[in-house]
Design a protein around this ligand. Structure first.
Ligand code: SAM
Length: 199
């Protein structure tokens, strides 16, 4: 009897999830739209230019695809994603948790074969927070894909809080009143710009 209601339950839950995402996106001024593969490659290249074991904050981490790719391709970097939209946040946390499990299984096999295991464990976390109130004081780098209003609000905060030498890597939108160190143009259809700043 109950089984016949399962498709309806799934449909209702999906509708609630979509409406919830839309409401939070409307309040935030931006949806959790992920960056394309080509843009992620440019961000990864720039994160790899930050020397040493750097702490990276992703301001607005959405579904977690950018953060996961950065940690996967940037050895020694640790990333904290800050997100306030719960459904994308929970998705990113589940994906990280699954990857840690799969990586651990893979690492055992690789280690038995003499190779090295590479895991997200301890290097990647996605947390619930607000990008306008969280602290950037310990970040060696910030990555973000936001919108012009957010960049205006964050410009002063970055200036006050970021340690000297920290990098800000911003997809699409420039920081007002600050000259970028370089501006890169991605090979995607939109020729997306990535702005890199040094503080
Ligand atoms: C365009 S998405 C980018 C997602 C991810 N960084 C990427 O590049 O794939 C921007 C994200 O910022 C989040 N966001 C916007 N305002 C926020 C705030 N005040 N606090 C936390 N997250 C916020 C949105 O919910 C959204 O998921």
């Amino acid at each position: 009897m109950i089984i016949q209601y399962i498709p309806w339950l799934i449909a209702v839950l999906t509708l609630i999830a979509v409406v919830w995402i839309v409401i939070v996106s409307w309040r935030n001024g931006i949806s959790p739209m992920p960056t394309s593969r080509q843009v992620r490659q440019v961000v990864i290249q720039e994160v790899n230019r930050i020397p040493g074991y750097a702490d990276i904050i992703e301001a607005g981490s959405g579904w977690g695809t950018l953060g996961m790719d950065v940690v996967k391709h940037c050895p020694g970097k640790r990333l904290t994603g800050i997100e306030n939209s719960l459904i994308p946040l929970w998705t990113s946390q589940c994906l990280t948790w699954l990857s840690v499990g799969f990586n651990r299984a893979g690492a055992v096999i690789r280690t038995e074969r003499g190779g090295q295991g590479n895991s997200f464990k301890g290097r990647l976390r996605f947390i619930h927070g607000n990008i306008y109130t969280c602290s950037y004081a310990h970040a060696d780098g910030v990555i973000c894909y936001l919108f012009p209003g957010a960049m205006t609000r964050l410009a002063d905060k970055f200036k006050r809080e970021l340690p000297p030498g920290a990098r800000v890597i911003s997809v699409c939108f420039a920081l007002p009143g600050k000259e970028p160190l370089r501006t890169l143009i991605c090979r995607d259809a939109l020729r997306t710009k990535v702005y890199v700043y040094a503080f």
